[in-house]
Structure formats: structure tokens, C-alpha cells
Write a protein that binds this ligand. Structure first.
Ligand code: FES
Length: 191
């Protein structure tokens, strides 16, 4: 229990850091035709969004088998434009033995790696925490949990729907976007 609490504190810190980043990014004015704000495009690769390796390509070897997730931004491999102009483009990658994935999930995965929107469907916080025992993606804001083995279905908390999945494939050994998000990204809009 203690280690879980500690783990939560550690990742919560990261989540709060991301929150600050979100505020900063939201303040950046971006034109609608700016490729940085365009949603992930087929052929995009994934890069580290923050930290020491910001902007560097994420490889399968960078992902720990069985979790936790790695946050990522898509990048156009031709122009090297990172699509970090919208917080709604923040994605997450998790690597599993592909036999563990449900059939529907496996169909959109590549070599056991799954990609989802990292923006919580409840109120839009970054889904940056990991519950090691349950192997679930955890949102620190109101404790929603999502099952990455089963298309990020909601297993606990107030989130009203799954995290949209981002289909991926392997191209020349690189994790590559194979299509758009499977649903609307972001939290519920206030009614
Ligand atoms: S924003 Fe994620 S649970 Fe509320």
C-alpha cells in the first residue's frame, strides 16, 4: 500500500508538471492550418514529449514490457514537425505481449504496443499514472482507470468512455501511426 501511495505521489508530481505544461501550451496561439495542431496523421512517428529526451524518437526498446505507459507526441518524419501545438495530441504508448491483448485491441496494435489518447475522457487531465498491480492507466485528477489490454475500457472512476485508440503499425522497425484516433479526444464539455 505504501509503495502504491508513494508511486502515486511520484507520478502525480509528473501529472502536475504536465498540467503546467498544458497551461503553457494552451497559451500558444496556433493557426488551424499549423501542422503542430493537426491530429496525428498516418505515417507519423512518436517522440518523447518532455524531459531530457524531448523530441527524440521513441522505439519499442524504450517501452517497458507490461507497463507503465510512455507519454508521446506524434511527429511528421519528413518535416520533423512535432504535433505539440495542441494538448489533445498527447498520446501514450504501452508495450505488452501481444497474446495478452483482446482481439480488437491487437488489431490496432503493433508487436504488442498499443497507443491511446493520453487525455482523460472525464475532464481532460493527462493520464500519466500507472497502477502496477491492476495494470491500468490511471488519471490522478479523479481516479479514473482504463484497461490498456482492452481498448482502454473504463474499469473505475467517473470517466464516461474509453480513451480513444490510435492505430499503429511497424514501418522500417519504427512505431508508426496507421490512422486517426478511433473516437473524439478530450474530456466532456460542460453542458
Ligand atoms: S479528469 Fe480524469 S478522472 Fe477526472
Amino acid at each position: 500500500m505504501g509503495s502504491v501511495s508513494h508511486g502515486r505521489r511520484v507520478v502525480l508530481k509528473a501529472a502536475l508538471g504536465l498540467g503546467l505544461c498544458f497551461s503553457f501550451m494552451d497559451g500558444v496561439s496556433a493557426r488551424a492550418d499549423d501542422p503542430r495542431v493537426a491530429r496525428p496523421q498516418e505515417g507519423d512517428r512518436f517522440v518523447f514529449p518532455f524531459g531530457d529526451r524531448e523530441g527524440q524518437l521513441i522505439t519499442v526498446e524504450d517501452l517497458t514490457l507490461g507497463g507503465p505507459q510512455q507519454l508521446a507526441y506524434p511527429m511528421d518524419p519528413h518535416t520533423k514537425v512535432v504535433r505539440n501545438g495542441s494538448t489533445l495530441n498527447l498520446a501514450l504508448l504501452v508495450r505488452f505481449d501481444s497474446a495478452q491483448l483482446t482481439e480488437e485491441t491487437r488489431a490496432l496494435a503493433a508487436d504488442g504496443v498499443v497507443a491511446y489518447s493520453a487525455v482523460c475522457t472525464h475532464q481532460g487531465c493527462p493520464v500519466s499514472m500507472w497502477q502496477a498491480q491492476a495494470k491500468t492507466l490511471f488519471c490522478a485528477c479523479h481516479a479514473s482507470q482504463f484497461d490498456p489490454l482492452d481498448r482502454a475500457r473504463v474499469v473505475d472512476g467517473p470517466a464516461p468512455r474509453r480513451l480513444p485508440m490510435l492505430p499503429i503499425k511497424m514501418v522500417d522497425g519504427a512505431l508508426t501511426v496507421a490512422g486517426g484516433f478511433t473516437g473524439r479526444v478530450g474530456g466532456e464539455r460542460p453542458s
